[in-house]
Structure formats: structure tokens, C-alpha cells
Design a protein around this ligand. Structure first.
Ligand SMILES: C[S@@+](CC[C@H](N)C(=O)[O-])C[C@H]1O[C@@H](n2cnc3c(N)ncnc32)[C@H](O)[C@@H]1O
Length: 340
């Protein structure tokens, strides 16, 4: 019997029988690509290891990779089997050495991993790139273990090809409420006074504890088992790429990297081996034609956790200026009460 979804469940789970037209938008690459423009803003169906040698060298500004971790995991039509550490290291070296030449000399790469794969991925990345940081993302979910600590974090390695690279600090500062407003000569010191409250934009650290895993009532949610949040990918992309840059994801999954790139005005290329996931990626890309919203990124600002009231008053103050107040109030109502 087909599963009946709860009324507010927005999970994208369109089956291939109903979404062939999305798969038809994807491409395959089985010969050398001489002009990168011919594969821009496309989802490539196929095995990344087969496709890598055909992609033009030095053409990518930013790689965001979320490879299978060294865990046994079913990805719809295929299963990634946990292997010995030395074999996972070999697997990691195979794909990292293949994507390295694709990156421009001033390009950056981010790689997601759990704590165990991180031990290997960090080491292999160091063989090829200048490793600049290890971001720790505190995930809220995680299965409890009987004789171990619950897995509640993931690592995201940040590395570059050279010392010249893009880092847009201003684009990823975190907006925080000012608790003790300090003034010098009557003027705010390092904070801003607005109709909607007082705030300060602060430098983001490498510990990210303000990003929720997509869940069933969020419009970005799909039935993919390891989907990353759009907000997480947006932070990476805003810091390490510019508008119009080319972002590449060799393990695209449900399409998060491509969708965020489209919403933020970057070009994208993604490879995914599973047709069902390619379908959901294309469906999300179509939704992004009309919905550019990234949850947690409001009017071009990342707000600190538990600041919904401030986000709303800032948005209302902004909308009052631009005559969009009514429309915004409808949107907030939807976000608050339709999106739980
Ligand atoms: C960890 S998931 C990525 C999830 C993705 N970040 C998202 O937000 O949906 C890894 C994905 O890589 C795909 N994959 C694994 N091996 C692959 C290969 N050799 N070529 C292309 N895709 C592959 C899997 O099917 C899976 O969807």
C-alpha cells in the first residue's frame, strides 16, 4: 500500500515513474569536454570516477564534496560497504587526486566527513592541498550508542590549492543581538542601532551549531538518506566563491550544492550516480526558479540561533521601507505555522 504523507509533510519523493521529464534534463559525459560552458548548470548522471578524466582542467572555482563516509549505507540503487581504513584511504586518494587538476589555481575545496572518515580524508587532502581549517558542525540528530558516545558532529575540511584564494568574510558574518550596548562619545562601539533592535556582525568561527538537518516540513527536504542543509552549503559558498563562479559537486546526492548555487547566483555542475537522486536534484532546481529562500539566511544575513523575533522585526522594518509589509507578514505566517 502506498504511504500516506502527513498534510504538512513537504518531503520531495517523486518516483521515477512520475518524474522522467526531470531525468531527461540531466546529461551524460562520455568524451572529453573542451568547453566548460557546455556542461554548466547541469546534473551529470554517471559514475564520477568515469567522468573526472573528461572534465576540463583548471576550470572550477569551488568544489564541495560530500562523499560516502566509511559506513555501510544504502544509496537507493547502490550500497557503499564499509571497508578497511587502508581501502577507504585508497578510495579517497583516487577521487581527490582526480578532482585536484579540475580546480583553478586560486580555487578552494570543502569535504564533509564523519569523525572516522575525517581521520583519513584530512590526511589525504594534505597530500594535495593546503588545508586551512576543519569546521565542526554540531548535528542535532544522531543515533545513541550503547557503549560509545553518540555521534553528534561532522567535520568539513577547508583547503585551497594555493595561498591566493577567495574568502568573503563580510558575507558570512553572524548577526548577534547586543546585550550590553557600549558607547564611545555617545556613539555605538562596533554595533548598529536600528528600529528593529541593536546588533553586531561577528566573525564566524569553525564551530557551527546553528544549522538544522532538513526535516519533513521543510521545503528543501527530500527522501535522500544523507541530505545536507542548504544553510550549511550556503555559508561555504558565500565565503569561498563569488557571484558567477563555477561550483562543482562530485557526489551530488539530492542536489543541495547545485540548488544553493542557483539561489546564490553561481554556476553549478554536479555528478550523481543514482537516477532517482538526479530526479530530485532537478525537481529542486526547478523549484529554485521561483523560491530563492535559504532557511536561516534572511535578507543576506546569517542570524544567530534563537533570534527569530529579531529576524522578523528586521524583516518587517526592511519591508516597511519597501512597501512589501503585507506580503512579508503572509510569508512569516507560512514559515512559522505552515513550516513546523
Ligand atoms: C553523502 S551523499 C551526498 C548527499 C548530498 N550532499 C545531498 O545534500 O543530498 C553521497 C552521494 O554520492 C553518490 N555517489 C556515490 N558514489 C558515487 C560515484 N562514484 N559517482 C557519483 N555519485 C556517487 C551517492 O549515490 C550519494 O547520493
Amino acid at each position: 500500500m502506498p504511504k500516506v504523507k502527513a498534510p504538512r509533510n513537504r518531503t520531495i519523493d517523486t518516483p521515477i515513474s512520475e518524474g522522467q521529464h526531470y531525468i531527461d534534463r540531466c546529461i551524460t559525459v562520455d568524451s572529453p569536454v573542451s568547453d566548460i560552458d557546455s556542461i554548466l548548470d547541469k546534473t551529470i548522471i554517471g559514475d564520477s570516477f568515469d567522468v573526472f578524466p573528461f572534465l576540463p582542467k583548471g576550470s572550477i572555482d569551488l568544489i564541495i564534496a560530500d562523499p560516502p563516509y566509511n559506513l555501510t549505507k544504502v544509496y537507493n540503487s547502490s550500497t557503499f560497504a564499509k571497508r578497511k581504513a587502508s581501502e577507504y584511504e585508497e578510495y579517497t586518494r583516487r577521487w581527490i587526486s582526480a578532482v585536484y587538476p579540475l580546480l583553478k589555481p586560486n580555487g578552494s575545496i570543502y569535504v564533509c566527513c564523519d569523525w572516522e572518515s575525517s581521520l583519513i580524508i584530512g590526511r589525504v587532502l594534505m597530500e594535495y592541498f593546503k588545508v586551512r581549517n576543519r569546521i565542526t558542525w554540531q548535528r542535532e540528530k544522531g543515533r545513541g550508542a550503547k557503549a560509545n558516545w553518540k555521534n553528534g558532529m561532522e567535520d568539513i575540511w577547508f583547503a585551497t590549492k594555493s595561498d591566493e584564494y577567495t574568502f568573503n568574510l563580510e558575507a558570512v558574518k553572524i548577526r548577534r543581538k547586543v546585550i550590553a550596548p557600549y558607547r564611545v562619545n555617545g556613539k555605538p562601539k562596533d554595533w548598529v542601532e536600528t528600529d528593529a533592535g541593536n546588533y553586531r556582525d561577528t566573525c564566524p568561527s569553525n564551530f557551527w551549531d546553528d544549522i538544522t538537518i532538513p526535516f519533513w516540513s521543510m521545503p528543501e527536504n527530500t527522501a535522500h538518506p544523507t541530505q545536507k542543509p542548504e544553510k550549511l552549503i550556503a555559508k561555504i559558498m558565500l565565503a569561498s566563491s563569488n557571484s558567477g563562479d563555477i561550483v562543482f559537486d562530485p557526489f551530488l546526492g539530492s542536489g543541495t550544492t547545485s540548488v544553493v548555487a542557483k539561489k546564490l547566483g553561481r554556476h553549478y555542475i554536479g555528478i550523481e550516480i543514482d537516477r532517482q537522486y538526479c530526479l530530485w536534484a532537478e525537481q529542486r532546481l526547478e523549484m529554485a526558479d521561483t523560491d530563492k529562500e535559504i532557511q536561516g539566511y534572511v535578507n543576506g544575513v546569517f542570524w544567530e540561533r534563537n533570534s527569530l523575533a529579531e529576524q522578523i522585526s528586521a524583516s518587517v522594518a526592511q519591508a516597511e521601507k519597501t512597501d512589501e509589509k503585507e506580503q512579508l507578514e503572509d510569508q512569516i505566517e507560512l514559515d512559522l505555522f505552515g513550516g513546523q
